[in-house]
Design a protein around this ligand. Structure first.
Ligand SMILES: *[C@@H]1O[C@H](CO)[C@@H](O)[C@H](O)[C@H]1NC(C)=O
Ligand SMILES: *[C@@H]1O[C@H](CO)[C@@H](O)[C@H](O)[C@H]1NC(C)=O
Ligand SMILES: *[C@@H]1O[C@H](CO)[C@@H](O)[C@H](O)[C@H]1NC(C)=O
Ligand SMILES: *[C@@H]1O[C@H](CO)[C@@H](O)[C@H](O)[C@H]1NC(C)=O
Ligand SMILES: *[C@@H]1O[C@H](CO)[C@@H](O)[C@H](O)[C@H]1NC(C)=O
Length: 871
């Protein structure tokens, strides 16, 4: 028995490595394209010199080759694409057996699916003008580029474009393309650049076009097709970023790191956060490339900066302009700050974003439709290349400028005084009116940096006035960061119940706002302790979270006297929203169904709702949440807008918010509402963008059924024979069918009685044997068996499946922050069945107990069990 428990735990750990999106894809399609990340120390590049591209390349490729070797045997016959910019490899069409084998490999950290990347939509204005020499574009003059051209035009600088490609024969950009290792197409390996969208050509024109269209007309550009038409795969994108560091021939061979880009304006961004991008940005920075990102087109609301624009280590750019090219206004669509991120000490930080702003509404540049075509586009996508062009001008003045120096020049010289504030209303051309969002994040729009313009409007004319660098204090070498202060923390679950201490024991209960709920994260010793327990008299101090084996050898969490030993090293991860014991990769786990129960620990699982712990301030107020459970204990869940009935998986996909007034069920995993729609003669079922006026989305919960409020007699239905476990909406059966079903139900009743009799007979048989009694034949056993077999043939699943629903007693839970911010941490994760260690309360002597009760004044009841003890 014990052996079995240990094996099960090991299997669960191996499982936690495999993202449940992979498991689901395997279940549905049998195969999955996966990304396997290799283990490796985080600071593998620590010793490399910044800008030492060749060195960075060698360290990383060596690591990848070694890791790749370790899975070579397993992946024989599969198409693999190893990467070095991040430590991992792509595998096409992996099957279950391969995934199982990989998950047991010591060198592998995670098996995941990476999201596709979409281009941010831009506004388009056709311009019936051919490229000409007449005047500079307004953006070029606004940022002072034309003033510095007599000194620097970008000579000697390589600008990298990871975008939809380029029409390299276009008149405005053809002279500035570097043809040697100047094009890579991870999709089709085409020999020369092409652009099936126009976006790439346009932004290259803004960075390096001639005749007053580009900021740095003397620079060379190289391009990699990260996006095929409007969207692209993470694989292509990451291959392109590698190309920017060490460009190759068009077949991907002969990398030459001396030919890499100096600045890349990044066309990628994703609502789906994945840490590989953070790793990629870190490599780019280490290779000495300046990454410039658009801030996003989701304004005018506050806190809409895109990812990875939100990171502190990238330059993110907001858009200036209006329908009439007004240079002193922010574009209505320009995303605003503040942004939050998690620092190296795992503390959430709030920063002002964007970094800076530049023209992006409308700006005219080269287009893909002909070699002389020009189009006006609007978006922060158009603003970012203006700044990338400025970086190219600065680098052509001094090629070895560091990121920190460039950052200082850009931000300390930006134009500020003429920039206008946020209007009360924004009036769009399509007649929609948007509310203004002033002073985002409580930062006055009159001070700089603020969350509209950042430091202001970029001005290279000020930085390189008279051809010389402005007198700006640039940062010296980095000083050591001081030891981090301890932070106070209150930890809440997904449903906003709180971790608390009492009598040196841990509980998870409703918020009572008492001292017992306070914890401290000590980031020097990496311990987490309870304030109330630590304040107890020294004799009884037992404040530190500790992972120990209980009497039945099960891992559990208790509070012990703080020693800082291995059992007490914990980490709070506010991104994953987990309290983790890194040495074992176990996570603190709450018992969601029972308030007042103690927490347990279980192998960390990215999807387990029971492992959700976040700072209480970050957990929003609860809403009315339900789980939809069938009579056979299958739970309805959302997956890629489909609805399925499966065994409970302890994840966010199973939680729906029911709104009594709009009668809608909102799936927490994707934020969409349960929606039944007419589909020919029947009804389809899926989730769709919530709309309180959409009749398809209205449902009533009645008599353990989920009945449609618009379509007469339509009910939520689960057919147990459905091969992919999909749920559907169906009309109740006709009367004739009902009679048949009645008969069948009776058969089933008889069958279950017979099964009970068989079980009893078996039990007494075993009992007898155990007591050494003579084995006797079972009277009537053969009889029962044959009755059962006959019945089994008659019983078929009946079809009024919608009757199977009950609204389970899931207490109200807060809306997932995941869904509202679009950081789909949980969305991708499905269907995990993690084993959980049992909760074993520690015995406390009554003497000890009384002492604690007096000292600690617990203000409220915690749960009936504990009340009994104190009474
Ligand atoms: C732009 O000017 C250059 C030289 O100044 C000339 O060669 C080119 O033909 C001009 N282009 C157009 C479209 O007028
Ligand atoms: C090029 O790649 C795209 C995207 O993968 C694909 O749809 C297309 O068929 C490919 N074209 C050729 C000629 O191989
Ligand atoms: C240019 O882009 C458009 C989409 O914006 C596309 O329909 C068209 O085919 C592209 N033209 C060429 C020549 O690739
Ligand atoms: C520059 O970046 C923006 C977004 O970050 C993107 O939309 C644009 O296409 C990029 N331009 C190039 C040439 O890569
Ligand atoms: C679920 O049922 C309970 C009682 O059975 C009821 O109090 C609760 O309101 C129901 N939930 C919904 C969403 O109808």
């Amino acid at each position: 028995m014990k052996l079995f428990a240990i094996l099960a735990a090991a299997a669960a750990i191996a499982h936690a490595k495999v993202a449940s999106s992979v498991m689901r894809a395997l279940e549905v399609d049998g195969r999955a394209d996966v990304f396997v990340s290799f283990k490796g120390s985080e600071d593998i590049l620590e010793s490399a010199t910044v800008g030492g591209r060749q060195e960075v390349f060698e360290i990383l490729t060596e690591h990848t080759e070694k890791s790749q070797k370790s899975i070579e045997e397993l992946t024989k016959g599969f198409e693999t694409t190893p990467l070095w910019i991040v430590k991992g490899t792509f595998i096409k069409g992996a099957d279950q057996s391969l995934v199982d084998k990989l998950s047991k490999n010591q060198n592998i950290k995670k098996i995941d699916q990476l999201p596709d990347i979409e281009l941010e939509p831009v506004l388009h204005q056709d311009a019936n003008i051919a490229a000409g020499n007449s005047t500079n574009q307004w953006g070029i003059d606004t940022i002072g580029a034309s003033n510095v051209w007599k000194y620097f035009k970008g000579e000697g600088v390589v600008i990298g474009s990871v975008d939809t490609g380029a029409r390299h024969t276009h008149y405005l950009i053809k002279d500035s393309w570097r043809s040697d290792r100047g094009w890579y197409d991870p999709y089709n390996h085409t020999a020369t650049p092409e652009d099936r969208n126009g976006h790439g050509t346009h932004t290259i024109g803004t960075m390096a076009g001639k005749d007053g269209y580009g900021v740095a007309p003397g620079a060379k550009w190289i391009s990699c097709r990260g996006l095929y038409e409007g969207s692209g795969s993470s694989q292509a994108l990451l291959e392109c970023l590698q190309f920017m560091i060490c460009p190759t021939r068009t077949d991907g061979t002969h990398p030459d790191c001396s030919m890499g880009a100096h600045v890349i304006n990044n066309s990628w961004g994703s609502k789906l956060y994945n840490p590989v991008y953070e790793e990629a940005v870190a490599t780019i920075r280490k290779a000495g490339i300046i990454p410039v990102f658009s801030n996003g087109n989701n304004g005018p609301a506050c806190a809409t900066t895109g990812n990875p624009g939100i990171y502190p280590n990238v330059i993110s750019v907001g858009a200036i302009g209006s329908y009439d090219n007004e240079p002193n206004k922010l574009a209505y669509f320009s995303s605003k700050g503040p942004a939050t991120y998690v620092d190296a000490h795992n503390v959430k930080q709030t920063i002002t974003k964007p970094t800076i702003s530049a023209p992006g509404f409308y700006t005219y540049s080269a287009y893909n439709t002909s070699d002389t075509a020009v189009a006006g586009l609007a978006g922060t996508s158009m603003a970012a290349p203006h700044v990338a062009g400025v970086v190219a001008l600065l680098k052509s003045a001094k090629i070895d400028l560091t990121y920190d120096e460039i950052y200082a020049y850009l931000t300390k010289t930006a134009d500020q005084t003429m920039l206008e504030g946020e209007p009360d209303k924004w009036y769009k051309k399509d007649k929609t009116v948007l509310d203004g969002a002033p002073n985002c994040g409580g930062v006055s729009d009159k001070t700089f940096p603020n969350n509209r313009y950042g430091y202001g409007r970029v001005n290279v004319g000020t930085i390189l006035k008279d051809g010389k660098f402005a007198d700006v204090a640039t940062p010296g070498p980095k000083t050591r960061t001081p030891a981090p202060e301890p932070v106070n923390a209150k930890f809440c679950t997904f449903k906003k119940t709180i971790l608390s201490e009492w009598n040196n024991q841990l509980f998870v209960d409703t918020i009572k706002n008492n001292d017992n709920e306070g914890f401290v994260i000590d980031r020097v010793n990496n311990i987490i302790y309870s304030v109330s327990a630590q304040n107890a008299d020294p004799e009884h101090q037992a404040g530190c979270l500790s992972l120990v084996k209980d009497t039945s050898n099960t891992n559990s969490v208790v509070l012990n006297k703080c020693t800082g030993d291995a059992t007490q090293i914990w980490k709070f991860d506010p991104v994953a929203k987990r309290i983790i014991h890194p040495a074992t990769n176990f996570c603190l786990t709450s018992n969601a169904a029972k308030n007042g129960a103690g927490p347990s620990v279980a192998p960390c699982s990215a999807s387990a709702l029971s492992q959700f712990f976040d700072s209480c301030d970050s957990v929003p107020a609860p809403r009315k949440y339900v789980k939809l459970v069938t009579k056979t204990n299958k739970v309805l869940s959302e997956f890629y807008s489909g609805i399925y009935a499966d065994w409970s998986a302890d994840n966010v996909n199973e939680i729906f918010a029911y709104d009594d007034s709009s009668k809608t069920f909102q799936a927490l995993s994707n934020g969409q509402c349960l929606d039944a729609f007419v589909n020919g003669n029947s009804y389809g079922l899926h989730t769709y963008t919530c709309d309180a006026n959409n009749g398809n989305q209205k449902w009533n919960i009645e008599n353990n059924k989920v009945k449609h409020a618009t379509y007469n007699n339509l009910c939520l239905d689960v057919d147990p024979t459905n091969p992919v476990h999909a749920a559907q909406s169906a009309k109740p059966p006709s009367d004739g069918l009902r009679i048949l079903e009645e008969a069948q139900r009776k058969l089933e009743d008889v069958l279950s009685k017979i099964e009970v009799q068989i079980k009893e007979a078996e039990a007494s048989y075993l009992e007898d044997t155990a007591h050494g009694n003579i084995i006797r034949g079972w009277d009537g056993y053969a009889d029962l068996k044959s009755k059962k077999d006959i019945l089994l043939k008659k019983v078929k699943p009946y079809t009024d499946n919608e009757k199977l629903f009950s609204n389970s007693s899931v207490p109200p839970m807060p809306k997932s922050s995941v869904q509202s911010t679009g950081e789909a941490i949980y969305v991708e994760e499905k269907r995990k069945h993690d084993s959980k260690a049992a909760v074993k309360p520690t015995a406390v002597s009554s003497k000890h107990l009384k002492l604690k009760v007096k000292k600690r004044k617990h203000k409220d009841t915690i749960g009936s069990e504990e009340d009994d003890i104190t009474a």
